[in-house]
Design a protein around this ligand. Structure first.
Ligand code: 5GP
Ligand code: ZN
Length: 113
């Protein structure tokens, strides 16, 4: 996807604060953090959201979530963290490349909507 923002970040065309990378996923700090720790974890392959990814490559979807838990541990979030993935317009998804938000580092609000 030539003009996808997160594909461009993965390719290094747009700078990002990398947290983790392997052959299947890339993780970087959100530019507008909503918690003391706010990391975005994306599959390197382009899928527009988690529904798209889960439908076409459920193994990769699971791999992304496993990577999230490993990164949360590496970030020191032993006391808890939240994984959020916005899927489509009603969820206010703003970047159409699947991504999971890792949020933590403080007590989060109990409101999720
Ligand atoms: P969404 O609203 O689609 O669930 O989340 C998109 C996220 O991407 C937002 O939290 C936003 O702050 C983040 N974001 C948008 N553009 C950039 C960017 O250029 N670099 C980084 N690191 N994060 C970005
Ligand atoms: Zn993309």
């Amino acid at each position: 996807m030539d003009d996808c923002l997160f594909c461009r970040i993965i390719r290094g065309e747009i700078p990002s604060a990398k947290v983790y990378e392997d052959d299947r996923v890339y993780a970087f700090r959100d530019i507008n953090p909503q918690a003391p720790v706010h990391v975005l974890v994306v599959p390197k392959a382009h899928y527009k959201n988690v529904s798209d990814c889960a439908g076409k490559d459920p193994g990769l979807t699971g791999y992304v979530f496993k990577a999230c838990t490993d990164i949360a541990r590496a970030e020191g979030l032993e006391n808890g963290f939240r994984l959020t993935t916005n899927n489509g317009p009603d969820a206010c998804q703003s970047v159409e490349h699947m991504h999971v938000h890792i949020l933590g580092g403080a007590k989060l609000t109990d409101k999720m909507g």
